[in-house]
Design a protein. Structure first.
Length: 234
């Protein structure tokens, strides 16, 4: 499902908020999103089997095996990134980001191929069931990718800021960024998000050099995020 385009300032606040979320919580959300994707893949497989088409079933089994293999690698990479956050380990950050991007794209492409298997054979009621399954998969995949994009921003910050600068920024984010406004309802809270951004910007005025680095990271990160938004809907 395609994410909506919002005011860049609002996207900046959302990204900043994600930067300061506890890693344990984001890991838990990644696991929950992945578990739901796997559950829906199993339901999709039951529909595929009901087609009684041996060629289609074999294609599905092959793609599912590839998906499982690459998801394991991708989740392992995200875990490695989390370990780097917890230990302030700055080694091999660029290589990890590049490897993550590769496997993320592989997983997305496999999912698209799997969705197309059902799109070509189902009609009427089964097609509606198929679409419903992939709506859930799409929502959960975007949920996981949103977190992983915030991880990439954190990695970039680690490349550009000192640990004490990141700690100070995190404290300011926690102080000013609103936590009670869900991203799904961002359009209802634009003024609050804007106020939070300006307050944070003001608080960072004495650390202009650091804040400029942060803004550059956010600008690059948001461009990257928009370039990789996912749509696996028909």
């Amino acid at each position: 499902m395609m994410e909506k385009d919002f005011n860049p300032l609002i996207k900046a606040v959302q990204s900043l908020r994600k930067l300061s979320i506890d890693i344990a919580l984001t890991h838990k959300e990644i696991v929950a999103g992945n578990d739901e994707i796997i559950k829906q893949i199993e339901e999709a497989g039951e529909l595929i089997v009901s087609s009684n088409d041996s060629i289609i079933i074999n294609v599905w089994v092959t793609e599912k095996a590839k998906l499982t293999e690459n998801i394991i690698v991708l989740l392992g990479l995200l875990r490695s990134i989390e370990d780097k956050f917890n230990t302030n380990d700055h080694s091999h950050l660029i290589e990890i980001r590049q490897t993550y991007n590769h496997y993320k794209d592989v997983v997305i492409n496999i999912l698209k191929e799997m969705q197309n298997v059902g799109n070509t054979i189902f009609t009427a009621g089964n097609l509606q069931k198929w679409d419903n399954i992939w709506e859930i998969i799409s929502n959960n995949l975007n949920r996981v990718l949103s977190i992983s994009e915030s991880y990439k921003l954190k990695l970039t910050l680690m490349e550009n800021l000192e640990p004490d600068e990141i700690d100070a920024l995190t404290l300011d984010i926690l102080k000013y960024i609103p936590w009670s406004y869900p991203d799904s309802e961002v359009q209802n809270y634009e003024s609050q998000y804007a106020k939070a951004y300006h307050e944070l910007n003001q608080s960072q005025s004495e650390k202009k050099n650091v804040w400029n680095k942060v803004l550059n990271v956010l600008a690059g990160g948001m461009d990257d995020t928009s370039a990789h938004r996912l749509s696996i809907k028909r």
